[in-house]
Design a protein around this ligand. Structure first.
Ligand code: SF4
Ligand code: SF4
Length: 335
């Protein structure tokens, strides 16, 4: 083991896939294609076994591939993490977010809830998310905000997410109006991630990506950004950048993956215990085995973090021949 490995502190950020089961089969998700792993939920005891190994954990994302609200142990997990003072959030499609879940999430102390909507109309929702529950999700969000107001709380912070593709980007201005109408003050544009080493599936294809597209999409995004600003809505893009930058950034840059810090700062643990370098990798290569760096049900996390597979992955990331999942990726990509 080299000095570099030993000097790396354990990650303070963890993605933990509390379940990989889902009630949807969205066209931008690998579940549309068939998951890499067998269906499974993480239990409360497994969550504590995993997170106890990260004493300096500051933030946890209780999602990966799958719908976290399908795991009934979620409130107990959130309460435990909040007792440890860990910032706790997850992504959800919002379909199951009924009155019971709304109360339980507030009561457990969840910090942030990100709703992936990708559309401003039922028709647009069907096109990307392959489902007809758009109106139900909007109703859930309105009633959640009413409950927060009646309980005099402002947690969890709610945000709406929009996966931008050629098939739905035209709904973006209406999406801004929808957020304003519901009363949600944070929206995010999410960049499409697709396999770098196969033709892809659903809408997760290079041809559907807004990246490198002509100026029309950029103008649409910028106008939506201006509209959001006028309405007092914060509009950002995944990867901590501005929405317009998110479809332009790093285009043509040499070896953009070298700037990625994720394999040295965070971990992603799947519902089957496999440790991956980031949340993007399962969506960007068909070679799932190449992104598995260990399994937490077999090996302690610290041993995996400082082990030979992680070391090789980090070294390749700093070369002109990166791991398969990282080709075409870079610092501003995120889910
Ligand atoms: S994108 Fe989310 S909601 Fe859609 S199928 Fe994948 S995990 Fe489920
Ligand atoms: S370059 Fe992309 S795929 Fe590779 S580790 Fe970073 S975020 Fe993950």
């Amino acid at each position: 083991m080299t000095d570099v490995d030993q000097s790396l502190t354990l990650p303070k950020n963890l993605y933990l896939e509390t379940t990989n089961r889902c009630n949807l089969r969205c066209k931008g998700c690998i579940l549309y294609n068939g998951n890499w792993e067998l269906d499974r939920d993480i239990s409360f005891d497994e969550l504590t076994m995993i997170t106890d190994q990260l004493p300096d954990l500051e933030q946890i994302m209780l999602h990966g591939v799958g719908e976290p609200l399908l795991n009934p142990a979620l409130p107990q997990m959130i309460r435990h993490l909040k007792n440890r003072n860990v910032y706790t959030l997850f992504n959800s499609n919002g379909i199951l977010l009924d009155a019971r879940w709304q109360y339980d999430l507030i009561d457990a102390g969840l910090d942030e809830l990100r709703i992936s909507l990708d559309a401003a109309t039922p028709k647009g929702y069907r096109k990307i998310r392959n489902n007809s529950e758009f109106n139900r999700i909007v109703r859930n969000l309105r009633s959640f905000l009413n409950l927060q107001s009646s309980m005099h709380v402002n947690h969890p912070r709610l945000s709406l997410w929009f996966l931008g593709t050629e098939d739905n980007i035209f709904e973006l201005p209406e999406f801004v109006h929808l957020a304003n109408d519901i009363g949600i003050g944070d929206i995010y544009l999410q960049r499409l991630v697709y396999f770098q080493d196969s033709g892809g599936y659903g809408v997760a294809k290079s041809a559907k990506s807004l990246r490198n597209s002509d100026g029309a999409y950029l103008e649409l995004i910028q106008k939506s950004h201006e509209l959001a600003t006028r309405l007092g809505i914060r509009f950002e893009a995944s990867g901590l950048c501005k929405p317009g930058e998110s479809i332009q950034s790093e285009t043509g840059a040499e070896s953009p993956w070298m700037k990625c810090y994720r394999p040295s700062t965070l971990m992603y643990v799947t519902a089957n215990g496999n440790v991956l370098p980031c949340c993007i990798a399962p969506f960007s290569t068909i070679d799932f085995a190449s992104i598995v760096l260990g399994n937490v049900f077999e090996t302690p996390l610290e041993q995996i973090w400082r082990g030979p597979k992680y070391k090789t992955f980090r070294e390749k990331l700093q070369s002109s021949q990166p791991p398969k999942c990282c080709r075409g990726c870079g610092i501003l990509w995120s889910l």
